[in-house]
Design a protein around this ligand. Structure first.
Ligand code: ADP
Ligand code: ZN
Length: 516
């Protein structure tokens, strides 16, 4: 049987997506692979099909117990023999899994890293045939990544323990540094790299100031009569209100959120798939696992809580490759609401990271940089030209030669040791005599006060553009600290001129006193 037949017979799909087939063939042939693919791109099949084509059991390392269970259930439903082995199992269940493993009855075994690496378990694995080792969410091995997990680092020993077993590392988020780190730390051997672009060129991204949102939405829908689309809103209540208003206007719309009975949700989803409903107004609960190719637009009525969600939700538009629209109604009031919701969450570390992610989302919404460059930049992918298919490309802001200003920013980031956020860098640039600047001795730096002629807002706008374009890296998981990137050097050495949007100039109200 060929992988193509397995795809059809076992998984019920007609065709491979790019570049699944190549990955699968490489792995079946026994070579290591590194796969970077956006969420929803179809990473799982890349190791599930080889698992069925190579002798022995495939070991899948995954950090999230809930995800493991979903995957195993789905595989079992397709008649594939798979199980998971993690701390959620009762003693008897765990014994059953181990006995299946020893009797070589499993095609795939999902394991949490700390379980896999226990000497006892490794011992067992040496007694049986291993088809391949897949490391999912591989960015967790990297301290550069946003989700570092110490137990992942130890996975490096697998390469030595199983020298002849092909390994595949998969992730949906990895900038250059993280990618290198993954390959090194997992000691992948001559790994073939499959880097999918995150770009969805047929989606046009537009952000408008939220004024009278329902009117703005209706005007937008007037231009998209009879086209299928999704409107995302923050709360269940709002979802219902919007849906009712649209229905009043004669639009075939329905509400969808987690508070509705299962049956009703199922009906809405089915009707949408059949094109019997034109617009679904939904909370983020809608869309998981929905595969409708002709969604022509996605509207965000409220601010998404981070760029990951925004990218995933807008990504439900235009799967057929035909032109599609992503419209975000951006209101400053929404920022406070989103912040409030995040702050209600428990774990303080998590709250902190989510707030930084929210800031990145807000900065995306500012009218400064080509939306696509900003979006891709966030995922570590640099586009070296404006896209021509977003509101800012179609209606560009005023621009100027910002090379010198950018050099000031970049050298200041360097001087403060790449250990501070934008606010501190701006304070130093503007020669602030704030206590923190003085305590750190940053008033002694050569870049202290070199930007006193421009307001904080102007510097903020420039820094955000440099982040969007990849000249600076902002670590949202680490206090939004900003650091230089490989591209920074080209600007610092004057090899490259930079044209940036002129941030809306506000008069400098109080000129900071330079302290000497
Ligand atoms: P990822 O792990 O990259 O986020 P998944 O492996 O979960 O993505 O796949 C996302 C969705 O795409 C799943 O619903 C999956 O069944 C579907 N899918 C994957 N490959 C194909 C394919 N070749 N044809 C159709 N659907 C596919
Ligand atoms: Zn653009």
């Amino acid at each position: 049987m060929s992988p193509q037949q397995t795809l059809q017979n076992t998984f019920g799909f007609r065709e491979f997506r790019e570049p699944q087939q190549q990955i699968i063939e490489t792995l079946i042939a026994g070579q290591d692979c590194f796969v970077l693919m956006p969420t929803g791109g179809g990473k799982s099949l890349c190791y599930q099909i080889p698992a069925l084509h190579r002798q022995g059991v495939a070991i899948v390392v995954s950090p999230l117990i809930s995800l493991m269970k979903d995957q195993v259930d789905a595989l079992n439903a397709n008649g594939v023999s798979a199980a998971c082995y993690n701390s959620s199992l009762a003693a008897q269940e765990a014994r059953d899994v181990l006995s299946q493993l020893h009797r070589q009855q499993l095609d795939l075994l999902y394991v949490a890293p700390e379980r896999l690496l226990s000497p006892d378990f490794l011992e067992r694995l040496h007694d049986i045939k291993i088809a391949l080792i897949a490391v999912d969410e591989a960015h967790c091995v990297s301290q550069w990544g946003h989700d570092f997990r110490p137990e992942y680092v130890q996975l490096g020993q697998l390469r030595d323990q199983f020298p002849d077993t092909p390994m595949i590392a998969l992730t949906a988020t990895a900038d250059m540094q993280t990618r290198q780190d993954i390959v090194e730390r997992l000691r992948l051997h001559h790994a073939r790299k499959f880097i999918s672009s995150f770009d969805r060129p047929n989606i046009r991204y537009t952000v408008v100031d939220k004024q009278k949102p329902i009117v703005q939405l209706e005007q937008f829908l007037d231009q998209h009569r009879n086209e299928a689309g999704i409107v995302y809103a923050l709360s269940r209540k709002r979802v219902e209100e919007i849906a009712a208003k649209l229905v009043d206007r004669g639009i075939v719309a329905a509400a969808y959120h987690a508070g509705l009975p299962d049956r009703q949700r199922h009906e809405v989803q089915e009707a949408f798939l059949r094109d019997d409903i034109q617009v679904v107004v939904a909370t983020v609960a809608f869309g998981m696992g929905i595969d409708k190719s002709n969604v022509r637009f996605v509207v965000h009525y409220d601010l998404p809580k981070n760029i990951e969600s925004y990218y995933q939700e807008t990504g439900r538009a235009g799967r057929d490759g035909l032109p599609a629209e992503a419209l975000l109604l951006f209101g400053y009031g929404d920022i406070a609401i989103a912040r409030g919701l995040i702050e209600k969450g428990g774990n303080p570390d998590q709250v902190r990271i989510e707030l930084h992610k929210l800031n990145a989302m807000v900065s995306y919404a500012e009218p400064l940089t080509c939306r696509r460059r900003a979006l891709l930049g966030y995922f570590g992918e640099t586009l070296d030209h404006d896209c021509g298919n977003c509101d800012l490309c179609l209606n560009p802001p005023e621009r100027y030669n910002a090379t010198e200003d950018a050099q000031k920013v970049l050298s200041c980031v360097y001087r403060v040791g790449q250990r501070f956020g934008a606010k501190h860098v701006i304070d130093v640039l503007r020669g602030s005599s704030g206590q923190r600047v003085l305590d750190l001795g940053h008033d002694k730096l050569s870049t202290y006060g070199i930007g006193a002629d421009q307001s904080s807002d102007v510097w903020g706008g420039l820094i955000r553009q440099l982040v969007h374009l990849g000249y600076l890296y902002q670590d949202v998981a680490n206090y939004s600290v900003i650091k230089l990137t490989e591209l920074s050097r080209t600007v610092l050495t004057g090899q490259q001129e930079l044209t940036l949007a002129r941030p809306r100039l506000k008069a400098v109200t109080k000129k900071p006193v330079r302290k000497r």
